[in-house]
Design a protein around this ligand. Structure first.
Ligand code: AMP
Length: 113
């Protein structure tokens, strides 16, 4: 199966503005930011989308959320932030590699579009 865009970023075949990395996750700035801070936090394991994760991914998903919070603190989002995961066509997913959008740096509207 061909590699997704995010697998190529993990493999450093495509450049990205990486803000955090450990053995399980990578966080990098979104190329089309929707807020002053817009970072994608992804597992290195190629899980297509959150609804396709398995019970064995529980610890990895917990780690990803903890790191998203840590990255938010690291980037100074003291007034708040939003985490979003788009699943499938109606969710607005465009890259089939699980990713958590971390958005902040301005007040965000609710409900989203
Ligand atoms: P989604 O629409 O939820 O699947 O999110 C995919 C995100 O990946 C979008 O917000 C895109 O702007 C972002 N994106 C696409 N290509 C790149 C890239 N090369 N580097 C960083 N972010 C990207």
């Amino acid at each position: 199966m061909s590699q997704t865009l995010f697998e190529k970023i993990i493999a450093r075949q495509i450049p990205a503005d990486i803000v955090y990395e450990d053995e399980q996750v990578l966080a990098f700035r979104d190329i089309h930011p929707q807020a002053p801070v817009h970072v994608l936090v992804i597992p290195k394991k190629p899980i297509a989308r959150v609804g396709d994760a398995e019970a064995s991914d529980q610890a990895l998903l917990g780690h990803l959320l903890l790191k998203a919070g840590e990255v938010a603190r690291m980037l100074g989002l003291k007034d708040g932030f939003r985490l979003v995961m788009n699943h499938g066509q109606h969710g607005g997913e465009t890259v089939p590699h699980l990713h958590c959008h971390l958005l902040g740096g301005r007040p965000l509207q609710w409900p989203p579009g």
